[in-house]
Design a protein around this ligand. Structure first.
Ligand SMILES: [Zn+2]
Ligand SMILES: [Zn+2]
Length: 237
């Protein structure tokens, strides 16, 4: 067992390599990498100062020269090549999303001694990072990748108002028995908010099938018992 450099929870190494980050943190990053390409069109739609999804107005007014939002423009900045740290030095706010993604893809390629596939403007390199994430999760700099991608995603969500929905699940956690399992948009796993256990959707369905019928029966017995206990005595005439 070692502790995750991101969340500090204890986790098991996989057989193949020493892991610096736990599965839970890896899956969170994977969720962000899937979310970023979905956030970009929403960000572009939010660019106009008084339009876009953030204001809930229909698009239009194509002929009026709309001023654009500086915060959105910053996030949509070009994916300029260069190391992540240099970007941070001369930028006051959040780094542009694409520049952050590109710089991390470049860092991963350099660390692995490989050439980054040729830059294509429509390819934001989230898939490249996802393909090498297992490797990145055995490096100490995974904490920086986690922080910077997280900041980019949260800045985009704040503008597009697309916080992922969280749905509490009704079965208790099989690890700690707490009623704290939550399903979140774009995340591939259902996560326990108490012990951090991750369940795939199939695992949750199987777990639900196994534990819920006995739980319902117990709850029904308790309710019937309570009802019998609380039933008013016959009033004396
Ligand atoms: Zn972790
Ligand atoms: Zn748990």
């Amino acid at each position: 067992m070692s502790s995750c450099v991101i969340c500090r929870r204890a986790h098991r190494d996989r057989g193949d390599a020493h892991r610096t980050a736990c599965d839970r943190c890896e899956h969170r990053i994977r969720g962000w990498l899937r979310e970023i390409p979905r956030q970009l069109p929403l960000l572009r739609a939010s660019l106009a100062l008084d339009g876009g999804p953030a204001q809930g107005r229909p698009a239009g007014r194509a002929h009026s020269p709309l001023p654009v939002r500086g915060d959105v423009l910053d996030l949509l900045g070009p994916a300029a090549p260069g190391p992540v740290r240099d970007h941070r030095g001369d930028q006051s706010g959040t780094l542009p999303v694409l520049a952050t993604v590109y710089a991390w893809a470049e860092q991963i390629a350099a660390a692995r001694g490989r050439d980054l596939p040729p830059f294509r403007p429509r390819d934001d390199y989230t898939r490249y990072i996802a393909a090498h994430l297992n490797y990145a999760c055995s490096q100490v700099w995974i904490t920086d990748l986690h922080t910077e991608l997280g900041e980019a995603v949260h800045a985009a969500r704040a503008i597009t108002r697309t916080e992922p929905r969280r749905r509490p699940k009704d079965a208790p956690c099989p690890g700690c028995q707490a009623f704290a399992l939550v399903e979140e948009d774009w995340q591939p796993y259902i996560e326990c908010g108490t012990c951090g256990l991750l369940l795939s959707h199939d695992e949750y369905v199987a777990h639900h099938r196994a534990v819920m019928p006995p739980l319902y029966r117990t709850a029904l017995r308790l309710t019937l018992h309570q009802a019998a206990h609380n039933a008013p005595e016959d009033e004396p005439k």
